[in-house]
Design a protein. Structure first.
Length: 271
């Protein structure tokens, strides 16, 4: 009897191997966080000989983790909230205003998506310095501007799928612009709002370059550099700091990831 491998089984095996390859860096970091530096250097791929928790203690202390995580959380919270509020209002007005000016403004937002951050980071840091924005509050304002193009683009496509008759009926009943947006339109934008919130939270929480240019210190990503010096690299505390920094945003993502595909699919109905 000939043995035949079903294609579906081969595909499943291939996907399992591929998933392991993607997860291996995460597993490597987690295992390294439980080893002393000497064991990491001698046996980087081996399991820990015993649980070594001093790396987490040192990372917690050196990073001033409670204060640093609070600063990062507040920057992420107000950054995401500002992007959602300003971009949703802008996208709604651009989608509902059928003029050449609205088309030009929307085109500028869309064009900004293809501009690499590396092109504008030097003039942006100079501008931030000249306007006294080199602080956490200024960093939040910069995130509003940098996050607006993608958010407006996604909101704009979703707003077009919202029936305009709902807004017209409310206007006939005497509702003002603010009431129509916050009471009628914004609740209907919940799927795409959650999607943008998740994507921007992941971006701002894990961002390293912009905080380095603007505030120099204070966020989790910048605090990790204390273990990565020019002449000394403490791999154990460094990997432990990576685990501590990634854990809050990973938990947030795991609970909210279902909204990403739902929001993107709903926003793609009309563009």
């Amino acid at each position: 009897m000939k043995f035949r491998v079903k294609p579906v089984h081969f595909l499943e095996a291939f996907m399992i191997i591929l998933a392991f390859l993607y997860l291996f860096p995460i597993l490597f970091v987690f295992l390294s966080a439980l080893k002393p530096d000497a064991e990491i250097m001698l046996h980087p791929l081996a399991l820990p000989s015993k649980l070594y928790l001093d790396n987490f203690v040192k990372a917690w202390t050196v990073m001033k983790f409670p204060k640093t995580v609070l600063t990062t959380f507040l920057i992420t919270l107000f950054g995401v909230a500002g992007i959602l509020l300003t971009s949703s209002m802008a996208a709604w007005m651009l989608a509902r205003t059928n003029t050449k000016y609205s088309w030009v403004l929307y085109s500028l937002f869309a064009f900004a998506l293809v501009i690499p951050f590396q092109i504008i980071m030097v003039p942006l840091s100079v501008l931030a310095s000249d306007m006294n924005l080199t602080n956490p509050q200024g960093l939040v304002l910069l995130y509003w501007g940098l996050g607006a193009p993608m958010a407006v683009f996604m909101y704009h496509g979703f707003v077009k799928s919202v029936p305009k008759e709902l807004e017209e009926s409310a206007a006939i009943d005497g509702a003002g612009t603010g009431y129509i947006f916050f009471k009628i339109v914004l609740p209907l934008l919940k799927p795409i709002t959650v999607t943008i919130a998740i994507l921007d939270a992941l971006w701002i929480w894990n961002d390293y370059l912009l905080p380095l240019l603007i505030i120099k210190q204070g966020t989790l990503q910048l605090a990790q550099m204390a273990f990565n010096g020019q002449f000394l690299k403490e791999y154990g505390p460094l990997t432990a700091s990576l685990v501590l920094s990634a854990l809050p945003i990973m938990v947030f993502y795991l609970f909210e990831q279902k909204y990403i595909i739902k929001g993107i699919a709903a926003g793609a109905v009309k563009g």
